[in-house]
Design a protein around this ligand. Sequence first.
Ligand code: SAH
Ligand code: TRP
Length: 325
Amino acid sequence: MPDLPVTVDVHLPADWADEAMSVDIRRAFTQQPKQLPPMWLYDDRGSELFDAITRLPEYYPTEAERSILARRAPEIARITGADTVVELGSGTSDKTRTLLDGFADAGQLTDIVVLDVSEQTLRDAADMLAARYPGTEIRAVVGDFTRHLRHLPDTGTRLVAFLGGTIGNLYVEERRAFLGALADTLSSGEWVLLGVDLVKRIGRIVDAYHDDTGVTEEFIRNVVRVLNREMDADFDPDAFDYVPFWDAREERMDLRLRATMPMTARIERLDLDVELGANEEIRVEISTKFRPEKLSAELTEAGFGDLHWFSDHAGDFGLVLARRR
Ligand code: SAH
Ligand code: TRP
């Protein structure tokens, strides 16, 4: 069968510095602690660094999730009966192949949709998918999954996969809004598959965000470079220490950059001067760890039912499948 062409829809401005994102950044520097929007981590370099993180021995989630997908993909295809697999925050779609193979082997895969902010990574992934699943229609959407779910194509019966624990990078309120928007986007009988890292021994979690090679630190620090480039700012990336810690109350990793000295930086595009005290911290990302009962309750409240939980042997990672009621 000849390959169908890949369709690419772009819903983000080329330079990222549009209204919405400028508003994000302005807000980021006027709250306590200062807090950056995590999607800014993923420019081309950020995506490459993240890909390196997934290969670190300390970073267990990727292999744990892959092992669950390898074992359960045929079952997930059978339970859902979906013919369209949509992936949000798809990155390289590397692990996703394991899920897609379950659908392709069952002969039920007609459409694949991938959505990510990182345009080049997305385009490469879409080409890879087109080569691997000939005869399947591939659509790539360059967009923000907190803003652009309404742009998702509506073909057949969809399963929306949100893997890699990315939902854990949203704050509680954002997570609620996201699940609500997802429920609004899906029709009754369509499905969602969430991959979430589970609460476990703290040392094991902390190690996953603090590797010896410094790749994780570089990934977090990269956000400063993105800010400098996209917002015409002049922060010194080397004037920050990487500070990852476990927030026991919220059950999440809190990943911050700490100013090693007092500094003033100029964000030209916002006409804003930012002052940082010595040791002042900027929160770059959180990574929430989940308890299945609690996430099940959130899914139910958002309008999903018929929940199926799957886990790896060690119980490190969870996949939850849920049906739009
Ligand atoms: N799903 C892959 C990648 C996870 S990393 C995996 O499981 O390994 C998170 C991915 O989400 C990155 O590819 C990043 O570019 C994308 N991303 C982060 N924030 C986003 C947002 N707001 N909207 C769309 N994509 C986003
Ligand atoms: N979503 C994944 C996680 O929370 C990947 C990730 C996001 C990540 N930000 C990170 C991994 C920062 C390491 C460091 O684990």
